[in-house]
Design a protein around this ligand. Structure first.
Ligand code: BES
Ligand code: ZN
Length: 452
């Protein structure tokens, strides 16, 4: 192990430069305008894996391809499947970035770029760990398969079908996913739960074109106004008011509530990282319970009418909202989406046309926090970060984690090592250079711990 760790240490600068190269690809899955560059990004990952000694392939899906790589030279040993995603969230709003999102730059110990934390830096660390083994020992301690997809940030719409079709190819004993954060700076975490998600868009159309709000105001329904009234009915006092929304919710268990309460969580510091004025949420639950173990509904964006400078007096033709719901076990994305659609259609007045688009979602997961593999992952994290991890849930979603369990029977080891306030999905996304390094060490220890 010593040579492997030394190799990682000596290669720190080179690893950083390679990661920067990876980050220069604007691999935005949400926007078809980026498709060509996103495909080039997939090629880049494939080439890197190939160059360190993996047998690789780009596997097509109806959307963006999966990068697959395997090293199966450890006869009789177990197999680890490492998941990641090379796609990133859209970089907008661009003017809020201190350095351009796809021109990675190190400042104050952080590497800034879209996707550096979520998720390129994290799975690239796993790649560098495998490389360190192959360069120093000529082999890995167990068989390894890399499975890097390109549509996580749009809900992994093709992954269930893909996993079913590639069941044999992807078969493994363990899965590792580093796509989350440390609990707080310096305190690493292993996750045993993730929220699920369902996302929708509501589009209301009133008049066939924008109307003069004086000539028509008071006689023709305004879709922007109607939209506000519809959205207003979705939540009250931090609770989602859709009928039946909570029916399948399993509340956090007593041991969890006790464990959450014992975590070194500084609510004031948490609030401060958001820049918001005050905490808010469902009564009867703590902030950590609200984040990790309670469902929610959020309006992600609104549009309609004129929002440019100065005045424009119109009744807009159209208005819309993008809405997502975070789900907990045992809520089902399709079922809650149906509840949402039924409610909103029923409440919508006849004066406007309504369209509800369901974009998909991902199921929530709860994993066994006491499995031997989790313990091995815990030891790896402790060695990589010099501190034992806390066992937590998270509020974000990684749709493939539930699918890996359902289709391949694999419980993922969720060992993310980004910082807790790295501004993922936001301008100035970053990853501490030190966390990238420690993540690489952790990934190397993981191979070792799972093999022994
Ligand atoms: N890395 C995140 C998931 C995450 C966020 C885990 C915070 C733990 C804490 C992932 O890339 C992500 O953003 N997922 C999306 C999924 C969605 C688009 C289906 C999410 O959670 O919004
Ligand atoms: Zn993300």
């Amino acid at each position: 192990m010593k040579e492997v760790l030394e190799h990682i240490e000596k290669g720190r600068q080179k690893a950083l430069e390679e990661l920067k190269e990876f980050l220069r690809f604007p691999s935005v899955s949400a926007d078809p305008a980026y498709r060509k560059k996103t495909l080039a990004c997939a090629e880049f990952v494939k080439d890197r894996l190939q160059s360190i000694g993996f047998k690789t392939n780009l596997l097509s899906t109806p959307g963006l391809p999966v990068v697959y790589g395997e090293w199966m030279g450890a006869k009789g040993a177990k197999t680890l499947l490492i998941y990641g995603h090379y796609d990133v969230q859209p970089p907008d709003p661009l003017d809020l970035w201190q350095s351009p999102p796809f021109e990675p730059e190190v400042r104050d110990g952080y590497l800034f770029a879209r996707g550096v934390h979520d998720n390129k830096g994290q799975h690239f660390a796993h790649l560098k760990a495998s490389e360190a083994f192959l360069k120093t020992k000529g082999r890995l301690p167990l068989n390894v398969k890399f499975f890097i997809e390109g549509e996580e940030e749009v809900g992994s719409p093709h992954m269930e079908e893909f996993l079913r079709a590639k069941k044999d190819l992807l078969r493994a004993d363990y899965a590792a996913v580093s796509d989350s954060s440390l609990f707080t700076d310096g305190v690493p975490a292993i996750l045993y739960g993730l929220r699920g998600i369902a996302f929708l868009e509501v589009v209301l159309t009133g008049p066939s074109h924008d109307l003069h709000s004086g000539g028509y105001g008071g006689t023709i329904a305004n879709p922007a106004q109607v939209l506000i009234e519809l959205l207003d009915g979705l939540k009250a006092s931090g609770r989602v008011t859709l009928p039946g929304f909570y029916d399948d919710v399993i509340p956090p268990s007593d041991w969890e509530r006790e464990a959450f309460a014992k975590l070194p969580f500084d609510e004031g510091a948490y609030l401060q990282t958001t820049g918001s004025l005050k905490l808010s949420g469902e009564e009867g639950f703590t902030t950590l319970e609200r984040r990790w173990a309670r469902p929610t509904l959020e309006v992600n964006g609104l549009y309609g009418g004129y929002a440019g400078s100065g005045v424009k007096t119109i009744i807009p033709s159209q208005a819309g909202a993008k809405v997502s719901m975070r789900l907990v076990p045992n809520q089902d994305p399709e079922k809650v989406s149906q509840i949402f659609e039924d409610y909103i259609r029923k409440k919508c007045p006849e004066t406007v046309q309504i369209e509800v688009k369901y974009y998909g979602g991902g199921k929530p997961v709860l994993l066994d926090p006491r499995s031997p593999a989790m313990a091995a992952a815990g030891r790896a994290v402790e060695k990589g970060f010099g501190k034992a991890p806390v066992l937590i849930r998270e509020g974000g979603s990684i749709p493939v984690v539930a699918t890996l369990k359902e289709v391949l029977g694999l419980e993922s080891l969720l060992i993310g090592f980004g910082g807790p306030d790295d501004r993922i999905h936001s301008p100035n996304e970053r990853l501490a250079v030190e966390n990238f390094y420690r993540g690489t060490l952790t990934a190397a220890h993981l191979l070792n711990e799972l093999a022994s």
